[in-house]
Design a protein around this ligand. Structure first.
Ligand code: ADP
Length: 299
């Protein structure tokens, strides 16, 4: 089922097309990424989806065309700007948000799930960055939404807190919540998203799975290793996937296309060569974005 359908969405600020004809659909149960550099129009797009901004034109259908009140009830939103007052306690914030919904989640269980039970009496202002983020996720989920929109969820977090947050998101999805994740972190998108809309200057430049986006640019793969003993390059050059073989300081670098590793390893094995320190270098989403837009997304 299509949970969100966005068609030719446009929004202009001071004569500039910040969102310039964006279309995409989000399927039930997926983690859908909206990825692009700062200023690309990501937040504006998802705020239009959530009914928090009014688009100039285009259509947004949520859960098959619910009205605004029903959308609010079924859509959990965590936005960058939704900071809480420093002097509100964790449980107070959660109770307050729960009171907005007819059938909220059990707040104790939700605190447990986001790992904040021990901090339920703490003031928001005293929480670490990671704890504040986890609370904001809990607030987005307290209405038991079918869809959660999470904007720049891990910005400013240290790597451990970021990984913990990613795990939490995967658990939330496993509970059946569809997730729209706005991010400018490639690694986050690559790790979490089933499909992505790459956004640049208000337009969708590509829409695919992370693997699909990377394979689309058809960039070469490289396999490096240290051979157990010298061998004749011809055994690798004979492989259709291989385009080049280089030797450097006792290491061998094989470049080629497609799924390079299995044929290289079996050709070596057949010749009695054991590849040690085997490494594979693949193109990343960063490379895909660069190839598609000519720009780098900087974190
Ligand atoms: P992103 O989320 O990709 O960083 P935004 O949607 O926040 O991008 O912003 C896209 C562009 O629109 C930015 O250049 C921003 O300055 C501009 N913009 C966003 N909201 C407003 C607003 N309310 N008034 C004027 N300009 C805005």
């Amino acid at each position: 089922m299509k949970v969100i359908e966005v068609s030719d969405l446009r929004k202009e600020y001071r004569g500039r097309n910040v969102v310039d004809g964006v279309s995409f659909t989000v399927e039930e149960g997926e983690i859908f990424g909206v990825l692009g550099p700062n200023g690309a129009g990501k937040t504006t797009t998802v705020e239009c989806v959530a009914g928090l901004r009014v688009p100039d034109s285009g259509t947004v259908r949520v859960l098959g065309g619910l009205g605004p009140a029903e959308v609010r009830r079924n859509l959990g939103v965590q936005l960058q700007s939704s900071a809480l007052p420093a002097k509100i306690k964790v449980w107070e914030a959660l109770d307050l948000y729960a009171s907005f919904y007819p059938a909220p989640a059990d707040t104790g269980a939700l605190l447990e799930r986001v790992g904040l039970s021990a901090r339920r009496d703490a003031y928001y202002g005293r929480l670490s960055g990671g704890q504040q983020q986890r609370l904001s996720i809990a607030l987005a989920l307290v209405g038991r939404p079918r869809v959660a929109i999470l904007d720049e969820l891990t910005t400013g977090l240290d790597p451990q807190a970021r990984r913990d947050t990613w795990e939490l998101i995967e658990q939330v999805r496993a509970d059946g919540v569809t997730i729209v994740l706005v991010t400018h972190f490639m690694e986050e998108a690559e790790r979490l998203c089933d499909r992505l809309a790459l956004i640049d200057s208000g337009r969708v430049v590509a829409l695919d799975s992370p693997e699909g986006l990377v394979s689309r640019i058809g960039s070469p793969q490289r396999v490096r290793f240290r051979p157990s003993h010298p061998f004749d390059d011809a055994i690798l050059r004979a492989l259709p996937e291989v385009t080049g073989v280089r030797h450097e300081n006792g290491r061998v670098e094989v470049s080629g296309t497609g799924d390079l590793l299995p044929p290289v390893v079996s050709a070596l094995t057949a010749a009695g060569v054991i590849p040690a320190d085997l490494r594979i270098e693949q193109a990343t989403l960063d490379d895909a974005f660069l190839a598609l837009t000519g720009k780098k997304i900087s974190a």
